[in-house]
Write a protein that binds this ligand. Sequence first.
Ligand code: C2E
Ligand code: MG
Ligand code: MG
Length: 750
Amino acid sequence: MPQCLNSWTDAAGAAQGKNVPTDPADPRLLGAVAIVLALLVAAIRRHRNRRMLRSLRQRGERLKMALWATGEHYWEYDVGSRVVRLLLVEPDAHGLSDVMHEREVPVEELIHPEDIAGVERAITDCIQGHTRSVVADARVLLDEGEPVWTRARGRVVRRSPQGAALRLAGTARDVSRSRQAERERRIAAQVLHSMDEAVSVVDANFNFISVNRAFTRITGYTAEETLGRSAALLDSDQHDAAFYRHMRATLQRQGQWKGEMWQRRKDGEEFLCRLVCSAVAGASPGEAQYVTVLSDVTREKRAEQELLYLANFDTLTNLPNRAMLSERLSRAIVRARRHGGRIGLLFLDLDRFKDVNDSLGHAAGDRILRAAARRLQQTLGAEHTVARLGGDEFTVVLEDLESAAQAERTAREIIMAFEAPLEIDGHQEIAISPSIGISLYPEHGQVPTELIKRADTAMYQAKAAGRRTFMRYDDAMDVATRTRATLSGALRKVLDRGELRLAYQPRMSLADSRITGVEALLRWSSDEHGEVAPADFIPLAEESGLILEIGEWVLREACLMLGRWQQHGLDPSLAVSVNVSALQLQRGDFPQVVRQVLQDTGVAPGSLELELTESMLMANAGQTAARLQAFRDLGVPLAIDDFGTGYSSLAYLKRLPLSTVKIDKTFVDDVSTDPDDAAITSTIITMAHSLGLKVIAEGVETDAQVRFLASHGCDEIQGFWLAAPMDGHACLSFIRNWQPRPARAAAGAP
Ligand code: C2E
Ligand code: MG
Ligand code: MG
């Protein structure tokens, strides 16, 4: 090539030629000969010139063809002038044929500034003989177009007599496409390297050809340990040979296989993974290659299982939740239907749990629920499904039930099991009883929701029947439940409609037969439901939170009434007692509410007494004491109501700022007939006195009871014996007309 190029570059000079000398003989002949010769020489020269030109044209054409066919361009570099001559073969302006044209450009203008140094280095190396040829990649700037990545090759083609390089020449080609492809390959390799999924390539025999970094991380095998070995290296015992055969056959036939499978790591641990295997496109059958992308889904599966657990189990007690109960109950129903069996569903609710939870705090409430769940499971054994529906509601599924009596027996066993206090925190003991409703398959329902609903209804009846008991569902209960629902609807409008009023029941000191105070008792005369007993609507008001509003109304009404009585000249030492619900006490602002009401009505704090029930106070002493202290700071005395029905001990009460204990009617009822109740009552009186508390007996109806209480030093009595609750007007005249008759109580005393 360089020779040919030398000829091309020197062609013009050669074509012009040099003068040829002539023969000096006979002048004429010689002249003629000379003319002929000259003509001949001229003809030969012309001919030669033509031939040379033709040959040159042919060579030019060939060069053009060669350049056109190879897609190369020809270049020459003049070392002295640093000018590049280019011979380019490009389409003509119309794009019809390719034309060859020539350019001369200083090297600095031709090469991108960032690449010039590299190019010059390559040229210098070659000129100085360090390299035999020049090879350089650079961006070439032509015609103000985009720079084109070009690879130039060439060598020195002319030297000075002293051997200095004068000219270099060679070819150049556009390499932008291959550079782009190369770049893409590099990026692909990088991506493969940094992928989270294990990627491997196997040949037609399923032997590893290459693996990426994640493959090593996931499987434990390095590239060296895998290359050339069979992909069966990762096979686990979870699948049989047929599985792998089928997988490979599918891959060969369809070009793809995807799915989940177990594989084995180098350390022997099996892991679940998701695989996508694809045949590499374009390979001939014998040279097939398959790429496998493998992702470890063990963790994902575990998370899925955890979610499944969360969806089906109660995290507090680890018992199945409502969703799981429904599923198990459905399956039990299917089995029972097939074999003509029976199922018992027990719906269990912890009595007064809300009070305990409100007063002890939610953390303690949670511990009680956990302890109750354990107690339940222990009592029933593992073969029965015990579920928690939420709150303090639990259910038990009794399969293969022989009779309804068997379900009742189990309910009784559960109630007995709860007689022993639950241990929370390892030291604190809490006694809490369940109320249980029972529904039966097939009698009471065919589907889980029906059975659950009916057992729930029966449970409410058990509560209404006094708690700590069980009830079997019967159709009449639905009526009671509906009444409850409508009552609760009506209750919402009770304050707006002015359907509430207060009744007042006086109490009397046994020592001097003086009326010492009255208890305000709430009454509801509903337009739709008539007179509704507090025992029926107060729990509903507590459930809905309405008790807050209602309670404040009661407080204000009672104080207004007392104020009015005092204006009518009633003894200012006479007090009014108001019953307080757990929810009211729990609300942090209740002391402020009380202060505000006292201020608004002008009643002295000492003339108001708040009655709290025992279950409300079963809290951890510290917290409850702090809460109660706020009332004592106000100067409002506190009484514990219905004493004896809960589980608190007097010693415990000592830690609370109380002033009065009201002995529950259930003990008072039988003081004169039941030696046990007599003993309990007299003990309560003695102990309460030793703690500096005043004792009031509630529900006193008979002379015998009055005698007993008086003789045992009870301070005051309240009950029908003295007076039933009555409206404010009647109560005022009762008190006014009351004649202190110490003789009466004294006469009753033994
Ligand atoms: P309690 O505070 O223990 O009230 C005493 C209950 O015993 C009253 O029932 C009263 O009418 C009744 N009673 C009084 N003496 C006798 C008697 O000699 N024999 C009989 N058999 N019963 C007697 P009542 O009015 O039905 O109230 C029931 C419960 O409702 C109250 O028990 C109290 O816990 C609650 N309650 C009443 N009013 C309110 C209120 O304004 N707020 C709150 N939170 N609860 C209230
Ligand atoms: Mg009371
Ligand atoms: Mg009471």
